[in-house]
Design a protein around this ligand. Structure first.
Ligand code: SF4
Length: 257
């Protein structure tokens, strides 16, 4: 099992490797650097996915479906919350409908787990679900990432998606999403950016989401402040902590089994 430090899940499952940048939230995508490191360790799945750009490595647009990873969750007997594709986006245009259907088959046949699918391409997620016959699975949570106002329309797209749990990851939150309507959204995760180029997170942006959760009855999870420093000095995740309003917020959606 792929263990993870991500606070809101138990394990990661990566049937797809590689991606391409879609919006400002992707600029410091940790998966790009991680893919480069794994390629340097001769993990063939991650070889040839990035190119050098200045002093960093960025996706080169290659996306790889990994059939050998498809059956991994079948081997995990103990129930887990599983984050699907922490290193990619299942709804990237290069991932075929047939492969996504194969992922759905595995999720259907392993009901002991809860799967968390997070995409920055909710239009394709909605098209896929409304046009295919995979149906609603009660162990599959569907979410989209929203980093600022420019992409807040993703919330509307997600609302078209039939699911027992719809969630938004406001991470990395790099701007205001004032006025966001979280009606019909079950869970909101908020977090700052990590890494050496982390951009700041303002408390007032969190307040806007916290208040919207209160209005809509949406569970609120505050993941972390990130690794930026108010004095522009880098801070560790531990130093910045994960308290907001003097406490931690680890609410989960009501639906769990
Ligand atoms: S969609 Fe996700 S995995 Fe793909 S580049 Fe953006 S942040 Fe990275």
């Amino acid at each position: 099992m792929a263990e993870t430090e991500i606070e809101w899940t138990d394990a990661t499952w990566n049937p797809v490797a590689g991606c391409s940048i879609v919006s400002a939230g992707c600029t410091n995508c940790y998966a790009m650097e991680m893919a480069r490191r794994l390629a340097a360790m001769k993990m063939s799945k991650y070889e040839g996915l990035t190119r050098k750009s200045g002093d960093r490595h960025v996706w080169n647009g290659t996306v790889r479906e990994d059939r050998s990873a498809l059956d991994l969750p079948r081997k995990w007997i103990k129930p887990k919350k599983i984050f699907v594709n922490s290193m990619s986006d299942l709804f990237h245009p290069e991932v075929t409908d047939g492969f996504i259907e194969d992922v759905w088959r595995v999720m259907r046949e392993t009901p002991q787990h809860n799967y968390q699918i997070l995409t920055k391409r909710p239009e394709r997620l909605a098209d896929f679900l409304l046009s295919s016959s995979v149906g609603i699975l009660k162990n599959v949570w569907l979410g989209t990432s929203v980093e600022n106002e420019a992409v807040v329309g993703r919330v509307r797209e997600l609302k078209k998606v039939p699911a027992v749990v719809r969630f938004i990851s406001f991470e990395p939150l790099i701007g205001s999403v004032a006025g966001v309507d979280l009606t019909d959204i079950h869970w909101a995760i908020v977090g700052g950016e990590s890494g050496r180029l982390a951009r700041p997170l303002k408390e007032e942006w969190i307040d806007e989401i916290y208040d919207a959760c209160g209005v809509a009855g949406c569970a609120f999870f505050f993941k972390q402040w990130g690794t930026w420093g108010k004095d522009n000095k880098k801070r560790s995740k531990k130093e910045n902590g994960r308290e907001y309003k003097g406490r931690t917020w680890d609410m989960m959606p009501a639906h769990t089994h």
